[in-house]
Write a protein of this length. Structure first.
Length: 532
């Protein structure tokens, strides 16, 4: 099976906090795009043969020393360009226009008036009168347009809020179409992609799967692949995709570290065997992990111990399988963007790579931990260009069960970072019981799907209580539930009081050794989502 050439758009990243959001919006519009640093070499762009470019915003000022500039190839390509905020200023500056500091920063909602409602960017809107709500966030602004450009929209503060040279397909927006505060922003991006760049769309989970199966087969050939399975959505989708592509050449390794939630090890194994019928090696290493964690209270020390243990066990199991050539992992696009990990080498034309190749490079934050230098695998990372919501859509299209696909994220070090202080089997069991009650009640009330992550934490303090006629001195459970899109910032979930009351009541009654439950009402920042 050969991968179809796919249409793509390139987003050049000039450092805006919204750059990833632009990429997500474009993907939501079913057009494949990649977010590429503005200074990236041209080869990075050529491999995509883009139909157009979007220039992101950014914190710089075009005249500032060291400010990132528009690479020559963008305008030389004669492809359509949409500059957003700083991207618009760059476009104007490079084409001979003038950019000046605004008298004051413009930040927040604004209303713009369309001067050219028939322009392709706006022609699909049906706005009466011809005004749009937009989100502004800029200091500098374009004060003189380059030749060939005209103003397409203006506001009292931004005389050139949208500009364009329709003959050349060059456009600039002073505002941010990618944020939800610009309600028509997505329609505007759609117009640019479909009307101006001539995209046809079709970047759908089904097409991704078809394309990716071919790529995996081409990369792996007859080689053997191992995949660390955690039960989370990323590793499950990776495994399912691999299994569909190469069947029995895949072996999954699931390490039960004793730090998983109630019934989780059984569920992972069961779901996996029922759904995929793939080779699965399940290892119970509970004792091993718990003895290594005995007496350890420092969170980073816990993470390190767990990471190293995992590596050793994974390595031993993988060696037992004989010659293994590839390691599959569920690296996602945000990991790639944030850690700027270079893409793996191009797949060989045919046949499987045998050993050698590049040493596995794995983020320590990732569930898989890190692997020793002397283990030489080539990486297979079928999800490395996907966002989390796309991974979920692929999971659903692959027929994975909903609870697996929509599971909240769970940290690699597991409950060890939710049992604050020393990790013992008894304390883990207390936490597991409390956590299971929280999750059960969230599911029953429909709140599980309305929170991005929710869990219980066992605090390292005891507090006084009274039960019947007895004074108690027992454990405290903290409940944490957050809403967030990206996990970089988060807000505490406004769970209904009666739901919290039910959870609290059940925990103190059903979990031995707990007499108090508190609810965490901190946002991130300044707090983090996990407590350790
Ligand atoms: P924080 O606590 O940093 O968490 O706000 C953000 C997201 O990352 C997860 N997290 C981890 N995931 N290994 C992981 O695989 C870790 O050590 C780790 N620490 C935090 C956390 O659950 C949340 O989703």
């Amino acid at each position: 099976m050969s991968a179809k050439p796919r249409e793509a758009v390139v987003i050049l990243d000039f450092g805006s906090q919204y750059s990833q959001l632009i990429a997500r919006r474009v993907r939501e519009l079913e057009v494949y795009c990649e977010l590429i640093p503005a200074q990236a070499p041209i080869e990075e762009i050529r491999r995509l043969n883009p139909l157009g470019y979007i220039l992101s915003g950014g914190p710089a000022s075009v005249y500032a020393p060291g400010a990132p500039h528009l690479p020559d190839f963008v305008l030389k390509s004669q492809k359509p360009v949409l500059g957003i905020c700083y991207g618009m200023q760059l476009l104007a500056y490079h084409l001979g226009g003038q950019v000046d500091p605004g008298s004051e920063r413009e930040y927040g909602p604004a209303e713009i008036e369309l001067s050219d409602p028939d322009n392709p960017l706006f022609s699909t809107f049906n706005v009466q009168p011809a005004t749009l709500q937009v989100w502004m966030s800029h200091g500098d602004r374009v004060t003189r347009l380059p030749d060939g450009f005209r103003t397409l929209a203006h506001s009292p503060n931004s005389p050139h809020a949208a500009v364009g040279d329709p003959e050349r397909g060059l456009y600039g927006l002073q505002f941010h179409p990618e944020v939800t505060h610009t309600p028509q922003g997505k329609a505007l991006l759609r117009a640019f992609l479909y009307e101006v760049c001539g995209c046809h769309g079709g970047w759908t989970p089904g097409n991704f799967i078809e394309e990716s199966l071919g790529q995996i087969q081409a990369q792996v050939g007859a080689g053997k692949v191992v995949c660390g399975l955690s039960g989370g959505v990323d590793s499950s989708v990776t495994a399912a995709l691999l299994h569909r592509a190469i069947g029995d050449q895949l072996t999954c390794i699931f390490v039960n570290n004793g730090l998983l939630r109630q019934n989780e090890p059984e569920q992972v194994v069961q779901t996996f065997q029922q759904q995929m019928h793939a080779h699965l090696v399940a290892v119970d290493a509970t004792e091993d992990f718990l003895s290594a964690l005995a007496g350890i209270t420092d969170p980073e020390a816990k993470r390190k111990i767990i990471g190293e243990k995992f590596v050793r066990i994974f390595e031993a199991e993988a060696r037992r399988l004989g010659q293994v050539d590839f390691l599959a992992q569920g690296t996602l696009y945000p990991d790639v963007i944030e850690s700027a990990v270079p893409p793996p080498p191009s797949p060989p034309a045919s046949g499987g790579g045998k050993g050698g190749g590049l040493a596995a490079k794995i983020k320590t934050h990732h569930n898989v931990g890190g692997l020793p230098e002397d283990m030489q695998f080539q990486l297979v990372e079928p999800l490395r260009y996907l966002f989390k919501d796309e991974v979920r859509a692929v999971g659903e299209a692959l027929g994975l069960p909903r609870p697996m696909v929509w599971r909240h994220p769970f940290p690699g070090p597991g409950l060890a970072v939710r049992v604050l202080g020393e990790v013992t089997w008894e304390r883990l069991e207390t936490l597991r019981a409390a956590d299971a009650i929280l999750i059960e009640e969230l599911r029953a009330s429909g709140w599980y799907d309305r929170t991005a992550q929710a869990f219980a934490v066992l605090l390292p303090v005891q507090s006084v209580g009274v039960m019947g006629d007895f004074r108690t001195y027992a454990d405290v459970i903290a409940l944490r539930a957050v809403t967030t899109d990206d996990f970089m910032t988060a807000d505490w979930a406004r769970l209904p009081a009666d739901l919290l009351a039910r959870v609290s009541n059940r925990i103190v009654n059903e979990v031995p050794g707990v007499n108090r439950v508190v609810y965490d009402i901190s946002s991130k920042p300044p707090a983090t989502i996990e407590w350790e």
